[in-house]
Ligand binder design. Structure first.
Ligand code: TXA
Ligand code: MG
Length: 337
């Protein structure tokens, strides 16, 4: 099929909403990354999303709504804490896992009896949800396993010919996917996937914020994932990614003794002066790193990188999300020097 590139004009957003209503898949901008949007209540449309991404059937899709009040229509129960969190963080990059009702088909929830609910803040995404009048299931719009797309061009590269349209809403504001949480108790949440709503921000609303073990550690054989997405290799470009923790001078020494054809370094902006080897940079603080990471991973592939040594980011605040994406891109290969 021909994949049409749409603008963010009202006429084009109407077209996008019509496509979704008729069971087609549309690449849509959000404030985190681009998503592959489909009517979450239409099993056939959702099946096409799994197919276009090459995504395993047991990995659930997040359902996007225009307003958190609509969550009542698709869930079986909403704890009081969820309303408090919604008041502070919706719309925005937070996904809450809640018990689903039968308006969300099993294919959408990957066979689970819960559903991830998110209210995106991106005006284009918001408008498309409103115009379609449907709950929109949207995984990140990358081919399964590859870095998430942060521009319409990335989506086109992965999905051209596989979906009906892509809406260009510019470059994604945050650059990493939403924070996914489950509600553990009256005053307690668990972070299943870190994002730009940080542990510190959640702690302003609830007394306990647990970081799920799978965020920083590889699951052992037979271990059950709280979030199915954590089971799979993810965010990986074709190049082999290795995270290196240590001081800049030690990093330079390490790369020097491992340099060769197709070897690149991914370093901080502040490291670049006189940096002696082939490199790309990914910002100078956590939010810049989040914003640039996926774009750089794709650029490293375009440049023909075979092996990439990455300066490990600080895992504080938004940095935890950056660290989590990188450690998974690296298949948990971290060298400490
Ligand atoms: O920012 C985002 O969340 C983007 C944009 C498009 O909204 N979407 C996104 O979707 O990242 P996806 O499908 O690429 O990642 C969703 C993650 C997966 O790791 C999945 O396993 C987890 O959320 N997830 C979704 N529903 C879940 C549920 N009911 N229980 C546990 N984990 C869930
Ligand atoms: Mg994804």
């Amino acid at each position: 099929m021909d994949t049409v590139l749409l603008s963010d004009s009202e006429t084009d957003l109407l077209k996008a909403a019509e496509l979704i209503k008729s069971g087609e898949i549309v690449g849509i901008p959000t404030e985190t990354v681009y998503g592959l949007g489909a009517d979450a209540s239409n099993e056939e449309a959702v099946r096409k999303v799994f197919e276009a991404k090459g995504r395993p059937a047991d990995n659930p899709l997040i359902v996007h709504l225009a307003d958190f009040s609509q969550a009542e229509e698709f869930t079986a129960a909403i704890p009081a804490l969820a309303y408090r969190l919604a008041e502070r963080f919706c719309p925005g990059p937070l996904t809450m896992v809640l018990p689903k009702n039968d308006k969300i088909p099993m294919i959408t929830s990957g066979g689970l009896d819960t559903v991830g609910i998110r209210v995106p803040s991106h005006p284009v995404m918001h408008r498309i949800i409103q115009l379609s009048g449907r709950p929109i299931a949207a995984p990140s719009a990358n081919t399964s396993g590859y870095p998430s797309p942060t521009s319409a061009d990335h989506v086109m590269r992965d999905m051209d010919g596989k979906i009906a349209a892509v809406v260009d809403g510019g470059s994604s504001e945050f650059g990493v996917e939403s924070t996914v949480i489950s509600i553990e108790g009256d005053n307690s949440v668990r972070i299943l996937r870190p994002g730009c709503v940080t542990r510190e921000m959640l702690a302003e609303i609830c007394s306990e914020v647990v970081i799920d073990h799978a965020i920083l550690h590889e699951l052992e054989a037979g271990q059950k994932a709280a979030s199915p997405g954590m089971k799979y290799k993810h965010y990986s470009p074709r190049a082999d990614i290795v995270m290196v923790e240590g001081k800049l001078e030690d990093f330079i020494g390490f790369v020097g003794s491992h340099n060769g054809d197709g070897v690149y370094s991914l370093i901080f902006d502040t490291d670049r002066e006189n940096y002696p080897y082939r490199y790309m940079t990914y910002g100078k603080d956590s939010s810049q790193q989040a914003h640039q990471l996926f774009q750089r991973l794709r650029e490293l592939d375009d440049a023909g990188a075979k092996k990439v040594y990455v300066r490990a980011p600080s895992p504080e605040g938004v940095g935890l999300a950056v660290y989590n994406r990188l450690i998974r891109a690296a298949g948990f290969e971290v060298i400490r020097i």
